[in-house]
Design a protein around this ligand. Structure first.
Ligand code: PMV
Length: 362
């Protein structure tokens, strides 16, 4: 939708070299995106909270360098100050796929320097923060070179679109507080192509929500998200699942509007277990939860029944458990984590996070 052959630099008046840096956060889906078609288009709408502490810093350096005919994009890539060939190849493939949108990328020598705020072997997914940070750098670059993204909402929408092409869930990281991705008649402008901000639709009690990520295992997943999405195509529960997600989006929007923590928490937990049930029902089936994940889930439910505190769990496509709760019980919950849950975490590691204000240009 953004293809533009006119975004080409004039070699008789080349731009000065420069650099752009963005910090962008991860996000945690409450209604999950699981199953896609076409070029990263979702089978159902999803809704996430934007995080604050788990983020990626990405610097994009550029210098004019007229490409030889037939040559590809000139890219160097550093991850935590070290050259990284695997990440370079992935980023290069992504940038090459964007050439119809950004033909000028071939006219530049590019260097990407990136790093995460969390230990990179911690088992915390970084594709959402990494792809959104890179997409934001590209939109800043477009605006600097051509002045074509002056309008803030248009800038964010294009950044969300580009992030989606890199990693679906990354499109939701562009916005503060919360975002919705995927067509639904319930939210104006909602689209499969990009996410839209919904922070204004949510009750204040969600704006200081916490998400402490309990790292049960940092091992690489046996089945990647990409393979997991693909397995939904043959899953006998796929169609009912997509209908269920659409229904839950409506219920979740209501709960978030009115500040109904119980309804919010029930949807969060039901979604986490539905996601993992879909994995168990795939052919071949697989399990990403570990015994520690289940132990934590049981203890959270017991703790909630005993104390009445609104503490809920959710899971991504992995064994780590996200603990969601409002800021006014942070001391009680942190003590509960320390006393009862940390023993199920790898080296007792917990990444503390909370709802954030979205990406920032550095
Ligand atoms: O964005 P991907 O392709 O890595 O898929 C992410 C899917 C989940 O994290 C499991 C759910 C979601 O909506 O973020």
């Amino acid at each position: 939708m953004y293809e533009n052959p006119r975004l080409i630099l004039d070699s008789s008046n080349p731009p000065e070299a420069g650099n752009i840096t963005w910090r962008s956060p991860s996000n945690i889906a409450i209604v999950k995106y699981w199953g896609k078609h076409g070029r990263q288009l979702p089978r159902n709408p999803s809704l996430s909270l934007t995080l604050a502490a788990s983020c990626t810093d990405t610097q994009l350096e550029y210098a004019f360098d007229e490409a030889l005919p037939g040559a590809g994009i000139d890219l160097a890539f550093y991850f935590h100050q070290a050259e990284n060939e695997a990440f370079r190849a992935k980023t290069l493939a992504f940038l090459e796929s964007l050439l119809p949108v950004y033909p000028f990328l071939k006219q530049l020598k590019l260097t990407v320097r990136t790093g995460n705020s969390f230990p990179h072997s911690a088992g915390i997914a970084s594709s959402a923060s990494a792809m959104s940070a890179l997409a934001l750098c590209l939109c800043s670059l477009e605006d600097r070179l051509f002045g074509t993204l002056q309008d803030a909402a248009a800038f964010d929408r294009k950044a969300s679109y580009l992030a989606r092409l890199g990693s679906g869930s990354a499109c939701r990281s562009i916005f503060p507080h919360a975002a919705l991705w995927g067509h639904t008649s319930l939210v104006p402008d909602a689209s499969d192509e990009y996410a839209v901000p919904i922070g204004d639709l949510m009750h204040v009690s969600f704006k200081d929500f916490h998400d402490d990520i309990l790292i049960v295992s940092s091992e690489e997943k046996a089945v990647s998200s990409r393979a997991g999405h693909a397995l939904m195509e043959g899953n006998p529960f796929a169609e009912p699942r997509y209908a269920q997600a659409r229904q839950r989006i409506g219920n979740l929007l209501d709960a978030m509007r009115t500040g109904d923590l119980e309804a919010f928490g029930k949807i969060a937990e039901d979604e986490a277990l539905a996601l993992h049930a879909l994995m168990m029902c795939s052919d071949p089936s697989y399990l990403l939860m570990r015994p520690g994940s289940l132990a934590i889930i049981e203890k959270v439910r017991e703790y909630r029944a005993d104390t009445g505190h609104p503490v809920f769990f959710t899971l991504d496509a992995g064994p780590n458990v996200h603990l969601l709760y409002p800021g006014d019980i942070v001391h009680e919950v942190r003590k509960f984590i320390e006393d009862e849950l940390a023993e199920h975490c790898e080296n007792g590691y917990v990444q503390q996070d909370w709802v954030g204000e979205g990406p920032e240009e550095m």
